[in-house]
Design a binder for this molecule. Structure first.
Ligand code: COI
Length: 402
């Protein structure tokens, strides 16, 4: 398996060299340029009004405007358009509908809790970097990250009154790219479109910051070596719903995705996953998440959790490791009282505490703090990240304030 995987990575680096040389060949194509944007605004009397925080449901409502940018292989990127939110019109033969030429991102903008007028975007450069990696993988065009960030900023400013205020509330931004070539031939799209829509959101789960129960899933696989599990492709998400429904039938909110003969833990639902363990002999604690081996989404929140834990946790007490962790190790260590806590991490929920894992019909219970919905580290991580997102603490290069 490992040998095949290495062979794939060398094939994939060859392909990416070819792609790079073909993008050099096409370097006369117009780059994405924010300065060319054309803006048409929705008349005041037709606009949706801000929604009350208590009425927000994740991803249900959208702001008044959207961004679209078309691309074709003769011209390159066309002039971006910011216009009233509305339907797209595409021929039914368009390749996105048939061969899944689609990728997306998720990032958020926050109303600062320190300076009321400031809007804060959290690490948009990381999302743009990942979006370009996803588009390259499915032969869609890459783009100038800084330019798309500037365009998103313009889009948000136009609808800034719809960004909800308060901790737990934000504007969820969904940049998407699709192949728009018409026809049923399977080939590199000669046309593509980026669109960006924005949704005012509250907590991802209706229940709020509440620990979830998982079913360890080994009968279905989210991602595999040589696959595209590390890319944010829509095609990675639809196949995961059926196993989620199966888990739900047995009373669990999410799947804990396992992989391979060792049943290594990879991700939880649509999120990366972290486990905190304690060595009962030495007393030393360890925070573990799966390594980025091509099967794990390169989560921006994952990266932020790792960076903040490496910065804030005392190394005499804690080790922070990206390593394989099998469900059997979790089970054995839980039996010895060495499982301290576990949580998922993602843009939508930030962190999502875990209280239970059902594995082969047996429950592994994950400790929570007395009378609370999470462990202490999960709570600390949530605070460290959200304080930066809401402008309470500063972290150089992690925020774009406007
Ligand atoms: C996230 O956790 O950030 C996600 O990607 C979830 C999203 C698909 C709604």
């Amino acid at each position: 398996m490992l040998r095949n995987y290495n062979r794939f990575t060398s094939i994939s680096s060859l392909i990416s060299k070819r792609l790079n040389s073909s993008s050099t060949m096409t370097s006369k194509l117009a780059p994405l340029s924010a300065s060319k944007v054309k803006i048409s605004v929705r008349p005041e009397n037709e606009r949706n009004q801000p929604i009350k925080n208590e009425d927000l449901i994740f991803g249900k409502d959208f702001t008044n405007h959207m961004l679209t940018v078309n691309w074709d292989n003769k011209q390159g990127w066309h002039a971006p358009e910011i216009k009233p939110y509305g339907n797209l019109s595409l021929d039914p033969s368009t390749c996105v509908f048939h061969y899944a030429f689609e990728l997306f991102e998720g990032l958020k903008a926050y109303k600062s809790l320190k300076n009321e007028k400031d809007i804060i975007m959290f690490r948009p450069d990381k999302n743009m970097e990942r979006m370009n990696k996803s588009s390259d993988r499915i032969c869609l065009p890459t783009f100038e990250s800084e330019e798309l960030i500037k365009l998103i900023e313009e889009l948000i400013k136009l609808d800034k009154d719809m960004i909800p205020k308060g901790k737990g509330y934000s504007l969820y931004i969904r940049p998407t790219m699709i192949g728009t070539s018409e026809g049923l031939g399977v080939h590199t799209p000669d046309k593509a479109m980026i669109f960006v829509i924005c949704s005012p959101v509250g907590p991802y789960y209706k229940t709020g910051f509440k620990a979830v129960s998982l079913e360890a899933t080994d009968y279905a696989t989210r991602a595999w070596p040589g696959g595209v599990g590390d890319k944010k492709l829509g095609a990675n998400y639809a196949p995961c719903i059926k196993p989620q429904l199966e888990a739900a039938k047995r009373g669990h909110q999410q799947n804990l995705w396992l992989f391979g003969p060792n049943k290594n833990i990879t991700e939880v639902g649509t999120m990366n996953v972290f486990f905190a363990l304690k060595n009962s002999q030495t007393g030393k604690k360890e925070l573990v998440t799966a390594p980025l081996d091509g099967t794990i989404l390169e989560g921006v929140t994952r990266d932020s959790v790792l960076a903040l834990c490496r910065e804030n946790l005392d190394p005499a007490e804690w080790e922070v490791n990206e390593r394989y962790l099998s469900i059997d190790e979790v089970k054995e260590r839980a039996a010895k009282g060495e499982l301290i806590e576990a949580f998922g991490s993602g843009t939508a929920a930030v962190v999502s505490p875990i209280k239970n894992i059902s594995y082969q019909g047996v429950d592994i219970s994950v400790p929570l703090q007395e009378g609370k919905q999470s462990g202490k580290l999960t709570e600390d991580v949530m605070k460290w990240i959200s304080d930066i997102q809401y402008g309470i603490t500063e972290k150089a290069n992690w925020t774009k304030v406007f």
